[in-house]
Write a protein that binds this ligand. Structure first.
Ligand SMILES: Cc1cc2nc3c(=O)[nH]c(=O)nc-3n(C[C@H](O)[C@H](O)[C@H](O)COP(=O)(O)OP(=O)(O)OC[C@H]3O[C@@H](n4cnc5c(N)ncnc54)[C@H](O)[C@@H]3O)c2cc1C
Ligand code: FES
Length: 272
């Protein structure tokens, strides 16, 4: 499977800034997930669906971990200048993030990376996400639904409690279908049958997905079947987030070329 960089031009992109953002909220949500709200008008004003921020988890000098952690912007309140980050606690950095309280300050850099870029005439969107990768898809679903586009979201997770984004979709009026491993509904072949049945008569004109390899392969197959554009948001370990350290090279292109950098060329790529 090939990941192709999006077009060289990034339409109306704002440059990333480094800010000392006041924490407005940081609450446990469910399973291993927490929701963080930052007062970050400099980022909120221009962030686009699929872009991310780098958050510094340490609060005091000398405290680890030393590198910031990449997190997708889950939602934005442009009027209030706030961004929401939904994060899963997996290691030392995300554990540190849970210690922030309202009124604390967090160093944040963003908005970073390439956003999703659906074709300009796309009005029927299919969004397929699994686990924490869903966080990079929510803003796309919301903003497209607000434009009156037909958006369907499939949310997949290990079990019911691990499916994220359902409340968000309800709140913003996007139809979401929940699938989980527990009852077998997230099995790739079941999803394929479901989508073929639903979309063969009138296919979507854009499919967006996230890092799950099985869902990515499914979306690529369906994109070929329906001749529609498929884009994926990819995850990688990151250090600088700005294209300097080359720590996030995706290793997805031919042997003679340098791998694309997920932070700068992605995280959103065209799937072919
Ligand atoms: C563009 C982008 C957007 C992201 N958005 C979100 C988000 O919205 N919410 C969220 O919870 N997470 C998101 N992630 C993943 C998040 O950055 C990592 O989970 C986080 O950095 C882990 O930090 P840690 O210190 O807690 O874990 P570490 O102690 O660094 O690692 C703990 C475990 O997690 C694994 N891990 C660490 N980073 C990643 C990664 N990038 N991908 C896969 N596995 C990893 C490690 O291999 C290890 O097994 C995103 C990553 C990228 C690249
Ligand atoms: S994280 Fe440094 S180049 Fe991508």
């Amino acid at each position: 499977m090939m990941l192709q960089p999006l077009a060289a031009e990034i339409p109306s992109r704002i440059l990333p800034v480094c800010i000392d953002a006041p924490v407005l909220g940081n609450q446990y949500v469910s399973d291993r997930y927490w929701m963080l709200r930052l007062d970050a008008p400099e980022i909120a004003t221009g962030v686009r669906p699929g872009q991310f921020v780098l958050l510094t988890p340490s609060q005091t000098p000398g405290e680890g971990p030393s590198l910031p952690r990449p997190m997708a912007v889950y939602d934005v309140d442009r009027a209030d200048g706030a961004i929401d980050i939904l994060y899963g606690v997996v290691g030392s950095g995300t554990t540190q993030l849970t210690r922030f309280r309202p009124g604390d300050r967090m160093t944040a850099v963003g908005p970073l990376g390439r956003p999703f870029e659906p074709p300009s005439d796309a009005t029927r969107l299919l969004v397929v996400g699994r686990g924490i990768g869903i966080c990079s898809l929510t803003l796309l679903a919301r903003e497209r639904a607000e434009r009156g586009h037909a958006v369907t979201v499939l949310l997949s997770g290990r079990h019911r409690g691990a499916i994220i984004g359902a409340d968000f979709c309800d709140a913003v009026g996007v139809h979401a279908r929940q699938l989980c491993d527990e009852d077998g509904s997230s099995d790739v072949e079941s999803i394929r049958r479901l989508l073929v049945e639903q979309y063969d008569p009138a296919p979507p004109d854009f499919v967006a997905t996230c890092g799950s390899k099985r869902l990515l392969a499914l979306c690529r197959d369906l994109g070929r079947r329906w001749t529609c554009e498929v884009q994926v948001s990819v995850e990688a370990h990151m250090a600088c987030g700005l294209g300097y350290c080359h720590g996030c090279a995706a290793g997805e292109v031919g042997r003679d070329e340098e791998s694309p950098l997920v932070c700068a060329t992605g995280p959103v790529f065209r799937v072919s």
